[in-house]
Design a protein around this ligand. Structure first.
Ligand SMILES: *Cc1c(COP(=O)(O)O)cnc(C)c1O
Length: 350
């Protein structure tokens, strides 16, 4: 069967999501999910009918939340589908390329490789910022430049002046895709105001993180109308199931938004707590994080990851040497995790 698959597909290995890696235990801080499980109601009355491609009430609700025009919003099956739509709509297999700056989110390369788009890799600088000269030197055939801010897994923000410089460098050549999956934890860092100035900007958003709806699969792409119109050419006819629209609209209602805001504040406080406890441990580096996760580094980080795993604390190991990414959970999960790590490292130095 494998041989029947496209050559490009034969070469692929499935994305190792936190969910696929699995694990067993009581504390799950590996997928940047929210610890809050909010309740919703939905009706099953219209399920014999197809959904609309871009449900008006959902588009208007998100536009209002994001403070953009409805014509600047596209909804899709999570931000991951937004990534895929951009690649499919703008990149010609065998000709075009995408560019991204590791360490960063894994789905940019997976979406590109699946359909035979070259990936150009320009590693970020030592402080995890954009290497603008390196990017400029590698722009040939590049249609999409992916920038994640707050970056997953490092947690840092990309400097605004560098984003503006990148938009200038790529003007009339390529689209800058700002992945703002975690922007709700630091909304002041959004680049959405740059839409007024740049036709080549696309912004990815999601309800999976701050809105605690990872299982719903609902995301958004923000861009000016000409770009959105191109994406509408390649999107499936019924991408958003009726119950998804229903629940997403409740999450984006006035009550839903104020609850999300409170939960974001609580998670930000828990993150500050984790940061404070972990950074007091000798030999531990905690990188400042702006999303609902922190990247930590210590010697033998892999061994620490493994012993947490064996003790039912499931974290995310990272391709960066000796680094572990910890999602911010509820206060108890943060305490259990911080205490466990402190104990492990204290035992080492004892
Ligand atoms: C979680 C995540 C996404 C995917 O979001 P979905 O809406 O769940 O598909 C996209 N980008 C980054 C950086 C993420 O961490």
């Amino acid at each position: 069967m494998e041989k029947l698959a496209r050559k490009q597909v034969q070469k692929l290995t499935p994305y190792l999501s936190a969910r696929r890696i699995g694990g067993s235990g009581d504390v799950w801080l590996n997928a940047n999910e929210s610890p809050f499980n909010n309740q919703y109601q939905t009706s099953f009355e219209r399920l014999n009918r197809y959904s609309s491609c871009q449900p008006k009430e959902l588009i208007e609700a998100y536009a209002s939340y994001a403070d953009v025009e409805p014509e600047q919003v596209l909804t899709s099956r999570g931000a991951d589908e937004g990534i895929e739509l951009l690649v499919r709509a703008f990149c010609e297999p065998g000709e075009d390329a995408i560019l991204y700056c590791p360490p960063t989110y894994g789905m940019y390369s997976i979406s590109a490789e699946t359909i035979g788009i070259e990936t150009k890799i320009v590693p970020s600088t030592s402080d995890w910022q954009l290497d603008l000269d390196g990017i400029e030197a590698n722009l040939e055939n590049v249609k999409l430049v992916f920038v994640c801010s707050p970056n997953n897994p490092t947690g840092n923000l990309i400097k605004r002046e560098d984003i503006v410089a990148l938009l200038e460098i790529t003007k009339d050549r390529a689209i800058v895709v700002m992945d703002e999956a975690y922007i709700d934890f630091c909304p002041e860092a959004s680049t959405k105001d740059l839409l007024a100035e740049y036709e080549n900007l696309a912004i990815l958003r999601t309800l999976s993180k701050a809105f605690a709806l990872a299982g719903l699969r609902c995301g958004f792409t923000l861009a000016n109308k000409p770009l959105i119109d191109v994406l509408l050419k390649v999107i499936a006819p019924y991408p958003v199931p009726i119950p998804v629209t229903d629940i997403a609209c409740q999450a984006l209602s006035e009550a839903g938004l104020s609850r999300a805001k409170e939960q974001v504040s609580e998670l930000n406080r828990n993150r500050d707590y984790l940061e404070q406890v972990l950074s007091s441990i000798e030999g531990m580096t905690v990188y400042q994080g702006w999303g609902n996760y922190l990247l930590i580094q210590c010697s033998e980080g892999d061994a620490l990851f493994k012993s947490a795993w064996d003790n039912g604390i499931i974290l995310r190991n990272s391709p960066i040497k000796d680094c572990i990414r910890i999602s911010v959970g509820n206060r108890e999960e943060c305490e259990v995790t911080a205490n466990f790590i402190k104990k492990q490292l204290d035992e080492r130095t004892a």
